[in-house]
Design a protein around this ligand. Structure first.
Ligand code: WQD
Length: 342
């Protein structure tokens, strides 16, 4: 059974990916510094798969501890690297935290593995690297533009570090997955998104408003040049996204990759406006959502949705869940965590 390290594996996307890795027959080791995750997620994973993943609490900024970890776990076949800070706004007010936590830790990890005979590495990237792409849908050939935030810049820098390192480290094979907008929760309602404090992202704010935690949703602008005036995004069910990581990992483990560094856009290929997401929520939850239109949010792109041709035909992966299914899973999760005895 191949052993796979998942850094940040107790996080939102990380935990859903651990479930799919275990279901695919991999042995998983999770490291997480618990800065944005709870150890309880381990039990949630076990309740779904029946397998408690190995877990080591580790902050990759602690170089010595990271070196010791890789000395202890020298039989890892692959790494899925989620560990990073990901709040766009926070990255603007605290850039050095982001460059340290997202870039220097990646360098530390790569220093431990660059001499391995063979190691498969999946990098958690983001469509943010495209900025406001000129044409929709967005393909992997779309130009990388000046990042809108230090967070987005750390993803661009991370990809460049991986590209350059994979060129000289003959055993290192990398796939960077550029996520669009992950939403929803595992259908079992055993794991899901646990935003820290006031949610920055649309869908958790919607479900927290509906459950009564927030007074109303603020829709950041309806004067954009789109059909209903609100921004468009590609909302992908987190389980579909998790499965993309397993497919990408197998591509590297089975040596079917075509280069030492590959990139795939991971989305549904469908664009949905903010108002369409609200309508979807109202449809699946059968309740009205309180919201008001307010001013635009600084840094928002007008539209971003994926051209999934390469992911579908080269990677051999395709999202299967609809927006309604994703929104219903988010709502069921919100109800579960707010009324735990449900
Ligand atoms: C979606 C739409 C908002 C909240 C960010 C990161 C991206 C990735 C996903 C990490 C926009 C609108 C939102 C609200 C609103 N994160 N909105 N009211 O900004 O597309 O992407 O999260 O990888 O890298 O940039 O996602 O959910 O914040 O916003 O109207 O209370 O919802 O204006 O149009 P975003 P989001």
């Amino acid at each position: 059974m191949k052993k796979i390290l998942v850094t940040g594996g107790l996080g939102y996307i990380g935990s859903h990916t651990v479930v799919e890795l275990q279901l695919a027959g991999f042995e998983v080791v999770i490291i997480d510094n618990l800065s944005n995750a709870s150890k309880d997620v381990l039990q949630g994973i076990e309740r779904i798969t029946g397998i408690l993943p190995a877990f080591e609490e580790l902050d990759l900024r602690d170089k010595q501890a990271t070196i010791s970890f890789f000395q202890k776990y020298d039989d890892i076949s692959g790494i899925i690297h989620f560990a990073a800070s990901k709040a766009v706004g926070e990255s603007v007010s605290n850039p050095l935290l982001y460059y340290e936590n997202n870039v220097s830790t990646l360098i530390t990890v790569l220093q431990q593995i660059q001499h391995k005979k063979k190691i498969s590495f999946i990098f958690s990237s983001s469509c943010t690297v495209y900025g406001q792409a000129k044409t929709m849908p967005i393909s992997e050939n779309a130009p990388i533009q000046q990042a809108f935030s230090p967070y987005g810049n750390t993803k661009q820098i991370g990809e460049e570090i991986l590209l350059d390192t994979a060129k000289i480290a003959s055993g290192l094979h990398v796939i960077s997955l550029r996520y669009f907008n992950p939403i929803g929760a595992h259908p079992s309602t055993e794991i899901g998104e646990l935003p820290d404090g006031v949610p920055q992202n649309l869908v958790p704010f919607i479900t927290q408003t509906a459950i009564g935690l927030r007074k109303e949703l603020s829709v950041f602008g309806n004067d954009y040049p789109t059909e209903d005036g609100t921004c468009i995004r590609d909302y992908i069910h987190v389980v579909d996204l998790a499965k993309a990581h397993v497919t990408a990992l197998k591509r590297l483990l089975d040596d079917t990759h075509e280069a030492s560094f590959e990139v795939f856009n991971i989305g549904t290929g469908r664009g949905s406006s903010v108002l369409e997401v609200i309508e979807s929520f109202e449809r699946v939850s059968k309740q009205q959502l309180q919201y008001e239109i307010v001013a635009r949010r600084e840094g928002d792109v007008i539209s971003a949705y994926a051209d999934t041709t390469k992911a579908n035909t080269v990677l051999g992966w395709k999202a299967t869940s609809t927006l309604d299914e994703a929104m219903l899973s988010a709502w069921k999760w919100e109800q579960k965590i707010r009324k735990p005895n449900n």
